[in-house]
Design a protein around this ligand. Structure first.
Ligand code: V47
Length: 480
């Protein structure tokens, strides 16, 4: 007996109901994307308002494939929140506690060592550590935290890259160390970053940026550093050769224009970092001295140290522009070299001191003071990530942080501009998807499967996006 297969309705075409026709207004943006030209804020507005979201995603995918082909990155990492005690009370935040409140915690070094042991046993290459602005911990706690992570891993014959402290924590540490002066904030920031680097800090995560807008700042996270200070911290880190990431927290009380201004400020900061690394670009007409909202500004970026600078526009998304990348290394039996990074032959030098990744973070209302807000939904998340890829033409990477986006959504995002889904994570206290547990872990095979299902080749990276090749440990392909 032969089974008869039912004919399935064919997939909707671009012209079928339910999917809008190609929005002709996107033609000019497509032409720019094809040439690798920088998109304007007006382009960004159209990308946010067009009903043709699929073309937005497709354009972002074009850029992402030009940069990374069919590679999609993940890493083996651990998040370690050293304390949730915080002097601030940001309205969007559910994580912070006051010192004697139930649930407040501060980890001691024994706890940290245990976390490192577990991380090393599981093949991690990165420890991502952030916390609240603790009012009483001494500066030495933070340098100890970093050196304890580094030294415990080394005592086990391994290297863990320490990616720690958001910009707002760095400023807090400068205040605790009593080196922060309002009229010369950069030297205090530099002091702290140098001390942390000596202790073993490898890079800065992208948190604490929220949205670079004073109205939103004053309403939702007053007391936190403003955009100029956040950018200063990252600029000093770049000058010290530390790579950093950047985030955008969206879907709360900001509007879409605020998101675009935020992206524009970040890409101009990156222009400067890349110019310092030897990248060449053109000083665009009207770029110098124009603020993101088009108003005249005294300096290029509005943060200190760049007054009057002619910073060129540098796009990495043109065909043939080399990414600032580091050569691959082999990670057999978990350990990997900590030697200074060799230069990639095709990239300008030095090869460190720039923004690696933009991480769009959707706002989670539950448990926060802004709980009455709905938070962004799936298509808004997809669109914001795709637009981040398109606007931030000088950021090598876009991360779909699966913890906040969910793994199924991260798969869609890989097809819409993202090239990275972050890592195994394990414990994450800042936001909790669909429940109250801070245990949020996926294993390597699950990450790889999600990437393959989305049509990409999974590549394990370390924090600096060097490819990790494993043999002889739990996660090596032979043990699959
Ligand atoms: O700075 C806090 C955000 C950030 C909420 O650099 C919230 O690789 C949504 O920065 N809803 C911390 N977001 C996370 C972060 C990060 C995550 C993953 C990778 C990297 C990286 C950085 O989370 C905070 C804040 O902006 N946040 N509360 C909330 N209710």
């Amino acid at each position: 007996m032969t089974a008869t297969l039912e004919r399935r309705p064919s997939a909707p075409s671009a012209a079928s109901p339910g999917r809008p026709l190609f929005d002709e207004r996107l033609k000019a943006i497509r032409a720019k994307v094809e040439k690798g030209e920088r998109l304007s804020l007006e382009d960004g507005e159209l990308l946010f308002t067009t009903p043709d979201i699929w073309t937005v995603c497709e354009l972002a995918d074009t850029v992402r494939r030009r940069l990374h082909g069919d590679t999609a990155f993940y890493n083996i990492n651990r998040h370690l929140n050293y304390s949730n005690v915080c002097a601030l009370s940001c309205k969007f935040c559910e994580f912070y506690r006051k010192k004697d409140e139930p649930g407040a915690y501060t980890r001691d070094m024994e706890y940290v060592k245990n976390q490192v042991r577990e991380a090393v046993e599981n093949g991690a290459t990165e420890m991502h550590s952030v916390g609240g602005l603790h009012p009483y911990l001494p500066f030495s706690y933070y340098t100890d935290l970093v050196s304890t992570i580094r030294d415990t891993a080394r005592s086990l014959g391994s290297e863990l890259h320490v990616k720690a402290f958001t910009a707002v924590e760095i400023v807090h540490l400068a205040k605790i160390a009593k080196v922060y002066k309002a009229d010369d904030r950069v030297s205090g920031i530099r002091f702290v970053l140098e001390k942390l680097k000596e202790a073993g800090l490898g890079s800065l995560p992208g948190g604490g940026a929220e949205v670079f807008d004073d109205r939103v700042h004053d309403e939702a996270y007053k007391g936190k550093i403003r955009s100029d200070v956040w950018l200063d911290v990252h600029r000093v880190a770049h000058d010290l050769g530390l790579n950093t990431n950047a985030t955008i927290l969206y879907g709360h009380i900001e509007d879409r224009h605020d998101r675009l201004v935020h992206m524009d400020m970040l890409r101009r900061a990156q222009d400067r970092a890349l110019a310092n690394m030897g990248y060449e670009g053109e000083v665009a007409k009207g770029q110098r001295g124009k603020g993101a909202k088009g108003e005249e500004e005294p300096g290029h970026l509005g943060y200190s140290g760049d007054e009057g600078a002619d910073v060129p526009v540098i796009t990495l998304t043109r065909d043939g522009t080399p990414l600032p990348e580091h050569v691959a290394f082999s990670n057999s039996s978990v350990s990997h070299p900590s030697a200074p990074l060799p230069l990639c032959p095709s990239a300008p030098s030095p090869t460190t001191g720039y923004f690696q990744t933009i991480i769009p973070l959707p706002f989670f209302p539950d448990g926060s003071e802004l709980e009455h807000l709905p938070g962004p939904a799936g298509l808004e998340n997809l669109r914001t990530l795709a637009i981040s890829r398109l606007m931030l033409d000088n950021f090598p990477h876009v991360k779909a942080f699966w913890i906040m986006q969910t793994l199924p959504m991260a798969q869609l995002m890989l097809q819409s501009g993202a090239d990275d889904i972050d890592g195994t994570v394990v414990w994450y206290d800042i936001t909790k998807v669909g429940g109250s547990s801070t245990h949020q872990e996926v294993n390597v095979w699950t990450l790889q499967k999600a990437i393959r299902e989305a049509g990409f080749k999974p590549v394990e990276r370390d924090t600096l996006y060097r490819h990790v090749q494993r043999s002889g440990n739990k996660w090596s392909p032979a043990n699959r």
